[in-house]
Design a protein around this ligand. Structure first.
Ligand code: NAD
Length: 432
């Protein structure tokens, strides 16, 4: 099939490359000229394992191409995916400016039937609004359908998640749209959940909110564990083996970040309020999450006492491992809070250094973990990169002037780190 992807960021590019990999002919559009120029040279402007190779293979096979102008694409395609960003406004509401602009651009240029799919994460009832916007602006007599096909991929394992999904959710208004999706996703062996458009939109917001809730639950629990000297990892293990609860995402740490959970929860809370059905639980999930970064800084402060003039080696900046994405990463408020207390920060991340340069002021970015540790009073792990599991602890410790180790991701065990000579503190677990 001939597919157009509008917005070639994380979701758009992965969607485009994977659909080309499945044999479709895909054109990815982006209004960011630099991005299109980079993509045309065969380079991917962000880090996602396996994506560069997949893009290159499909460009060479002439199944994948890139353009800057949406007008060149719309009439060549049977399906158009809207994959633009939907950031938060200051009040938490989803900013749909980019979706609105794309809907108008499609309407202005479309001259033949097309299925227009919202893949961006949007509040319930956006599909109806997109339909009305296009209807108002399209040439008379041109038919189209709008559908919802929320995306569940995770950065860091995006290709695997797209090609081997747990489920494909499609929200459609008629059989014609459903038939197009069945042909499009035919090669993927995954259950297809077919719903109305509003239910599909809600599945995405509800799924992300529930996952975030599990993280905040574990974080709330971690503070109780700290207060009584219990071990949150053991508590969640004991809970998670119950299949009704499940172990995944029951993980205490410095809180969730990234481009999805914080914004999607805020948008879901906001739309629930607008609908007169405020989802109070979500406010609690967000509050716990916001506090968790402060809680970690308090722990550092309680252990080191005075922070002024201290140097801390921060290991990990990205919001999670296997990505260079720094959007709403918990490392940002944590580093800023520490700097306000007079701490000097020396940081290292395996992939996010380029993006970090644009965010942080007065942070020394080191070439590796050992350089970051030079002269440091303490180490703080903020992202659980697997390469940190293989660090030579004696070498790292030799670089330091102190022996304090703060594990914001509960990556290591207290007895192990004590054996290496560290004064070790983690989240919701007894210190060593
Ligand atoms: N990143 C994820 O892990 C993830 C996962 C699932 C869903 N989502 C959702 O998918 C959507 C996109 O997220 P993302 O992370 O890919 O965002 P992104 O910022 O990486 O990409 C969006 C792209 O759209 C482009 N764009 C904006 N307006 C345009 C226009 N009028 N014409 C052409 N291009 C335009 C931007 O230049 C940018 O490259 C969001 O709604 C997000 O919530 C993201």
């Amino acid at each position: 099939m001939k597919i157009g992807i509008i917005g070639s960021g994380y979701v758009g590019l992965v969607t485009g490359a994977c659909l080309a990999h499945l044999g479709h002919t895909v054109t990815c559009v982006d209004h960011d000229e630099n991005k299109i120029r980079t993509l045309k040279t065969g380079k991917v402007p962000f880090y996602e394992p396996g994506l560069s190779e997949m893009v290159l293979t499909n460009v060479e096979a002439k199944r994948l191409s890139f353009v800057g102008d949406i007008a060149k694409v719309v009439n060549r395609c049977e399906v158009l995916f809207i994959c633009v960003h939907t950031p938060s406004r200051a009040n938490g509401e989803a900013d749909l400016t980019f979706v609105d602009k794309v809907a108008r651009q499609i309407a202005k240029n479309l001259r033949k039937y097309c299925l227009i799919v919202e893949k961006s994460t949007v509040p319930v009832e956006t599909g109806e609004w997109v339909f009305r916007t296009i209807k108002r602006n399209i040439k008379k007599g041109v038919h189209f359908d709008v559908a919802s096909n929320p995306e569940f991929l995770r950065e860091g394992s995006a290709i695997h998640d797209f090609l081997k999904p747990d489920r494909i959710v499609i929200g459609v208004a008629n059989e014609r749209s459903e038939k197009i999706f069945r042909e499009l996703y035919g090669p993927l062996k995954a259950p297809m959940i077919v719903t109305d458009i509003k239910s599909a939109e809600l599945i995405k917001h509800a799924s992300n909110s529930f996952l975030a809730l599990k993280i905040s639950f574990a974080n709330g629990l971690s503070r109780i564990c700290d207060a009584v000297g219990a071990d949150v990892e053991k508590v969640v293990l004991g809970m998670g083996l119950d299949p009704r609860i499940g172990a995944q995402f029951l993980k205490a740490g410095i809180g969730f970040g990234g481009s999805c959970f914080p914004k999607d929860l805020s948008a879901f809370l906001h739309i629930s309020e607008q609908l007169g059905a405020r989802f109070e639980l979500l406010a609690g999930v967000l509050r716990i999450n916001e506090f968790q970064a402060k809680y970690f800084v308090q722990k550092i402060q309680n252990t080191l006492r005075s922070l002024k003039g201290k140097t801390i080696a921060v290991l990990g900046l990205a919001f999670k491992p296997d990505t260079d994405d720094m959007r709403s990463a918990p490392s940002i408020p944590i580093i800023q809070m520490l700097q306000r207390e007079g701490v000097r920060i020396q940081a290292y991340d395996p992939q996010a250094m380029e993006k970090a340069k644009l965010i942080f002021k007065n942070v020394t970015l080191a070439a590796n973990a050992y350089d970051a540790a030079k002269g440091a009073h303490a180490v703080a792990v903020l992202t659980e990169w697997s390469e940190f599991l293989n660090l030579e602890w004696s070498r790292l410790k030799r670089q330091m002037t102190g022996k304090f180790f703060f594990d914001g991701r509960n990556m290591f065990s207290a007895p192990e780190m004590k054996k290496h000579g560290f004064n070790y503190t983690s989240i919701g677990r007894p210190s060593a």
